[in-house]
Design a protein around this ligand. Sequence first.
Ligand SMILES: *Cc1c(COP(=O)(O)O)cnc(C)c1O
Length: 387
Amino acid sequence: MPLPFENELDDLRQQSLLRRLREVQSQPGTIMDYAGRRLINFSSNDYLGLAGEPFLREAAKQAIDTYGVGATASRLVCGTLTPHLLLEQQLAEFKRAEAALSFSSGYAAALGTLNALAGKKDVIILDKLAHASLIDGARLSGAALRVFPHNDVEKLESHLQWAREEHPYARVVVVTESVFSMDGDRAPLAEIVQIKDRYGALLLLDEAHAVGVIGPNGRGLAERLGVSGRIDIQMGTLSKALGVSGGYICGRRALIDWLINRARSFVYTTAPPAALAAAATAALEFLESAAGEARRKRLWENLKMLAAGLPPGLTPAKLQSAIVPVMLGEENAALEASRLFFERGFFIPAIRYPTVARGTARLRLTLSAAHLPEQIQALTKALWNLG
Ligand SMILES: *Cc1c(COP(=O)(O)O)cnc(C)c1O
């Protein structure tokens, strides 16, 4: 008997929307072994090339030797180990916040935090392009949801007005990202901070793609704009520029205490392995060092080089992050372009519905500090010859 969703799988295949897993057979880095080919990888979120760094491996190995592999229980039982607390101290200091809490993933941080902060009587207002983890967290909370068009502060303000009139006693949480994951552009954060303050709303800012990339020592966009102290809930992930795995929230001590008690994705799950916490701490220490700052500058030099070589029209006029979308429109066109790049020795995946809206399929190029000038030149040449 066929399973009930087999027809739907066929539909996905016919619409060029079927996804499958790919087996990568190499270390993290700019060279990737896949499908019997050696490719230049322009798809990872390892923006600083940290995932394979010997000093991160060493930190993880040492923690395994001291604490074992599994954490054996949830954080609230006996799973809180010294490396977790050291990581949280380091995170709070890095984000210039009173306190921090780490989660198993950024996804878990979003889900648990939005649920703990808002309930049925409350209101959550999200940017249209907010990450799936934020949307899922907002939905699960049961709060009334409002979505504003991407980066449209006027519409955000009218939602805030509505919330204050219709739900005068509600807690109102505004949710946005500093760098948007599929477009690579930035939120008008200074304006958003002013508006949310005027309406007494809380702001959750997800800095997943800004940490390590933007701001002094890669502290993020809020720090770059000098508004860190006004972001109520600073969220991020350890799995992108930091090269490890896990998510975090930074903010006031009372916020963190509340999450320890109420964030279900924190309470009801086994603590992440000590090795990950230790490696993430080492990654943060690196960002704060002169070598870390040099690595971040290298990334921006690479971005400048890429921007100078890009054909006009395909990509945004100005690069605002390490994410460069190459807009192609139809799902098929994006798949075809991705195949073409594969044949020419590059790995750049097509991004399609439901990750992005229908008809806005694209290639999502990401750059790393580890890319070599000749790899970037080869890429720009291939982009000029696209189609
Ligand atoms: C990747 C990402 C997340 C999820 O983080 P993980 O650690 O991968 O679970 C959350 N928000 C944004 C904007 C992201 O890009």
